[in-house]
Ligand binder design. Structure first.
Ligand SMILES: Nc1ncnc2c1ncn2[C@@H]1O[C@H](COP(=O)(O)OP(=O)(O)OP(=O)(O)O)[C@@H](O)[C@H]1O
Ligand SMILES: [Mg+2]
Length: 290
């Protein structure tokens, strides 16, 4: 556990866990990092967390974390759950409850890919287009998308707070282990799960006014029921590419379930969700789009 206790007033000291591998300062850069952590009063206990430090915990991120700790949204950070294309997810604690923290990497995120989803979303009109601003807008967008979906009663992690490139949310799992992604899950009744996911697509559209835009067996966790995650790229239904994204979501889900149960016609699903006729043009799955 990387324990982020309330640093309290006055000069702050760095408390590093007894593990000698942690104590060893391997490079000058790591030493600077430790000193920075010390200045912020963050207590390090997890070796794995330290491994990703240079890439994830830059100065901006540390300050945002410090703020979240100070405001008591986070009391400890545990090990890394996932290292994705743009973000790292960590297990953490608020008081004694498990929470998940998603940190978008400022240094290595592929922010060019983000533009397509932000441009055209009227909620984010006028954001500055520097890489940092785009990433901050992205985590705010994920928070706001999850909030809309959660408020509409959908099965998504409840978002608690965001600051800069950090999103703090409900942990979907048990005893510190996230539920498996749908692609690795044992679904006894695939037809039921398929129907639940189609219902999610429809409710997300009708009740929350959103399209997930990256729906697939990777962004659904499963334990007794599906939990839909990863909504940074989700768009409002008036986004210029909304229907294209919706068609792709439907195609991805149909592609995954077609070998497991009977699936509905994509055009029929599209019309059921939107009340409109399926637009012309091919529908590619994500795999085909590359
Ligand atoms: N709220 C959560 N509770 C438990 N585990 C989570 C939660 N959010 C994410 N995870 C874990 O982290 C993994 C990656 O999360 P997510 O899909 O949101 O990010 P990502 O795909 O890395 O994002 P990107 O690559 O777009 O930057 C998930 O597959 C899951 O194992
Ligand atoms: Mg994902």
């Amino acid at each position: 556990m990387l324990s982020l206790g309330d640093p309290g007033p006055g000069p702050r000291s760095c408390i590093i866990d007894g593990d000698s591998s942690v104590r060893r300062k391997e490079t000058e850069q790591e030493y600077d990092f430790d000193r920075e952590i010390a200045n912020l009063g963050i207590r390090i206990k997890d070796v794995d967390t330290l491994k990703v430090r240079g890439e994830v915990f830059d100065e901006i991120t540390l300050l945002a974390l410090y703020k979240l700790v100070h405001k008591k949204w986070i009391s400890a950070i545990g090990g890394s759950i996932s290292t994705g294309k743009e973000a790292n997810v960590f297990l953490a604690e608020k008081d004694s409850t498990d929470i998940a923290i998603k940190i978008y990497r400022i240094r290595t995120a592929n922010f060019n890919a983000m533009g397509e989803y932000i441009i055209g979303d009227r909620r984010f009109a006028g954001i500055k287009k520097t890489k940092k601003d785009l990433i901050f807008a992205w985590s705010r967008k994920e928070f706001s998308n999850l909030k809309r979906a959660h408020t509409a009663g959908l099965s998504v992690p409840e978002p608690f707070v965001w600051d800069r490139n950090i999103l703090v949310m409900e942990f979907i799992g048990s005893q510190g282990i996230p539920y498996p992604q749908l692609k690795n899950a044992n679904t006894e009744n695939p037809d039921r799960v398929y129907r639940e996911i189609l219902q999610f697509i429809e409710d997300l559209y009708k009740k929350a006014g959103l399209i997930h835009a990256d729906l697939s067996e990777f962004n659904i966790l499963y334990h007794e029921k599906p939990y839909i995650i990863d909504m940074g790229q989700s768009v409002t239904i008036d986004h210029p590419k909304a229907f294209r994204f919706l068609k792709r979501d439907i195609a991805n889900i149909n592609h995954f379930f077609s070998s497991r149960c009977d699936v509905d016609d994509e055009k029929v699903i599209f019309s059921r969700v939107t009340g409109m006729v399926f637009p012309d043009g091919g529908t590619k799955t994500q795999a085909e789009e590359g």
